[in-house]
Design a protein around this ligand. Sequence first.
Ligand SMILES: [Zn+2]
Length: 124
Amino acid sequence: MPRCLHCGTQIKYGRTDKKFCCDQCKNRHYNEQTRSGRAFRRKILSQLVTNYDVLDTLFKAGVYSIDLIDIVTMGFAPGIVTSYRKVGKHEEFCCFDIKYIMTKMRIYSISKLENVSVHLQGKQ
Ligand SMILES: [Zn+2]
C-alpha cells in the first residue's frame, strides 16, 4: 500500500501511483520543496560571495597561492565554484572573474580573468 509523501498516511483509495492522500498534503509538499530549493540557492549564493571575498582579498594582497587548509580557515568552501575546466593536468576553477588552480592540498595561480564583459540579453 503506498503512503502519502507528506504525512505518511496509507493511501487506500484511488490509483496505485497516487503520491498524496489529499490535495492539502500535495500542496504542502510542493510548497516545502519550493521553500527548501530557495533556501538552498540562497546558501550557495552567499557561499559564493564569501569565496569571492576571500580570493579577492588574497589577490589584492599579492597572495597568489595558499594551502587549502588555510583558505578554508578563512571561510572558503572549495566545493562551491562558478565554473571548472581541465587544463592539461591541472584543474582550473573560477569564482566569477577570479580563476585558480586547485589540488587536494593547495590553491595557486590565483588571477583575474581579463576583458570580462557581460552582455545581458534584451537590456541596453
Ligand atoms: Zn497526507
